[in-house]
Design a protein around this ligand. Structure first.
Ligand code: PEP
Length: 259
């Protein structure tokens, strides 16, 4: 099944970057990405003030870009929020929704995340829907109940045609930014569960891309990406270093050829 699905590697810069640093990072990532664009879809999700910079620097390059959150509204009195259409005006095609840091620090519920995913699709963006359990939830044996519930909230709101256009990122909260990745086996187990859940909704959802995120590094990327139901990665810290990010993209390319 993994043979037919294309690999993805998407960087999540979080709240990092300054104009000069971004320029150097983007240049070197864009240069390195060219050689892999046939086998791997590569993207970066940047802080919204840098969308114009990314648009001008990546125009015509084989890289997608996007944002890390969007509003559920198109416009209005929502101070500080950013509409999906605003990101689209800067050429964005991706929007992370429901990152665990948004769920934890901004109290985002799974229903709100689902509404953001739908809004992204309506505006023409591909939502990368993040789901994942905390360490306590894993240790209590609740991983499948938690990630299944987070995914169901999205699947319950979207039509099958809409759901076929999302990307899902499984990001165990205990692995994000901690240096402690899930093992390839742990990640594959959850991805297989998520794949089955998608197919239970409709067979057409078998090809939804399922990314793993959480302390992916050049050293562990290839083993993770070689798993049958892991279609690539959402990369935080390592996406800020071009050498590491490109090595992870190369691992995705190698895994796609091996698959
Ligand atoms: C993330 O923030 O989505 C992430 C996966 O972070 P890190 O790779 O740093 O664990």
């Amino acid at each position: 099944m993994s043979k037919q699905r294309v690999k993805w590697v998407v960087g999540n810069w979080k709240m990092h970057g300054r104009l000069a640093d971004n320029a150097a990072l983007l240049q070197s990532v864009a240069e390195g990405a060219g050689a892999m664009a046939d086998a791997v879809r590569i993207g970066v999700c940047v802080p919204t003030p840098y969308l114009a910079q990314v648009q001008s620097q990546l125009a015509g390059k084989p890289l997608a870009w996007g944002v890390q959150d969007i509003s559920t509204y198109t416009h209005g009195a929502y101070t500080g929020d950013v509409a999906a259409e605003m990101a689209v005006e800067f050429g964005a095609t991706l929007a992370i929704v429901g990152h665990s840091e948004r769920r934890a620090y901004h109290a985002e519920s799974s229903e709100l995340v689902a509404a953001k995913a739908r809004r992204a699709l309506e505006a023409g963006l591909t939502p990368i829907v993040c789901i994942g359990e905390t360490l306590d939830e894993r240790e209590a044996g609740k991983t499948e109940a938690v990630v299944g519930g987070q995914l169901d909230a999205v699947l319950n709101l979207l039509s099958v045609q809409e759901a076929a256009r999302i990307i899902v990122a499984y990001e165990p909260v205990w692995a994000i930014g901690t240096g402690r990745s899930a093992t390839a086996r742990q990640a594959q187990e959850v991805h297989a569960f998520l794949r089955a859940r998608l197919m239970q909704k409709d067979a057409a959802l078998a090809s939804v891309a399922l990314l793993y995120g959480g302390s992916v590094k050049p050293e562990n990327a290839q083993e993770l990406f070689a798993q049958a139901d892991i279609d690539g990665g959402l990369i935080g810290g390592a996406s800020l270093k071009s050498q590491d990010f490109l090595a992870i993209c190369a691992a995705a390319k190698a895994a796609s050829h091996a698959g």
